[in-house]
Design a protein around this ligand. Sequence first.
Ligand code: LHQ
Length: 261
Amino acid sequence: MTYETILYDVEDGIGRITLNRPGKLNAFNDQMIGETTDAFKSAGRDAAVRCIVITGAGRGFSSGQDLGDFQDRGETVSIGEHLRHGYHRLVRQMISLEKPIIGAINGIAAGAGCGVALAADIRIASDSASFMLAFSRIGLIPDSGVNWFLPRLVGYARAYEMAVTADRISASQAFEWGLVNRVVPGDQLPEITAAWARRLADGPTLAYGLTKRAMNQGWNMTLDEALEYEAHLQEVAGRSEDNREGIAAFIDKRAARFNGR
Ligand code: LHQ
């Protein structure tokens, strides 16, 4: 598929998705939702990709739904159907993709753009980035998975505060609240993200993917169910080439060379 609203490239085991409508702070129109979903799908299927980075072109990460585009559809449009056919597929694709996804949050992440940022596994934010649940400014509730992700990350009170005030949360505040993993100087974001991506792409991809599955499924389980599920997934990881290589490397006192399988 040829993309027009995003850039997607694969190099040295790393898939890079750049949301690319900078004139609108990378607001999502239908095409960009579809292309981003497709790029994640293709990264999932491509064995050469072992880590994915998503970022935004220009000064924003994403300002969420393209409101002009949405308004043009008129009064009768169903927001529920728009979500089901668009953002839900994108967010599900990100969570079910069993490879680490790094969100390199280069600027504001608002509305559904914040939802996409939250669906990444690790967020590295520029010191000029911010997070904003813009929804209530236009009389809507958070969507695109925000109601699921955000209270889990920062707790209900902070999540609800962000939703009802729609205030911008700075990168440093986001770090303090546990919303991002790191805050870095803006001019160093590409290089620091690349180092993280390199490290993750050289890791035991199968184990990283199963960890993602165990943690995401674990939210909805009792302790007994989670323990049983861990045992089941560990059985799979324990049969991997990377598990054999990791143990051999430890015994030989050398660095492991994981192939992701
Ligand atoms: C935009 C947008 C934008 C279009 C900036 N659309 N052009 C789901 C289902 C159905 C319906 C509705 O929504 C959803 C989910 C959602 O995502 S709801 C939330 C939608 N997003 C927003 O409400 C945020 C709207 N944007 C803003 O409040 C500001 O632009 C922020 C605070 C993000 C950034 O402010 P500034 O840094 O001051 O930039 P700016 O406002 O000057 O924006 C730059 C340009 O980008 C500007 O265009 P222009 O031609 O004047 O330079 C904006 O119109 C355009 N833009 N966001 N979402």
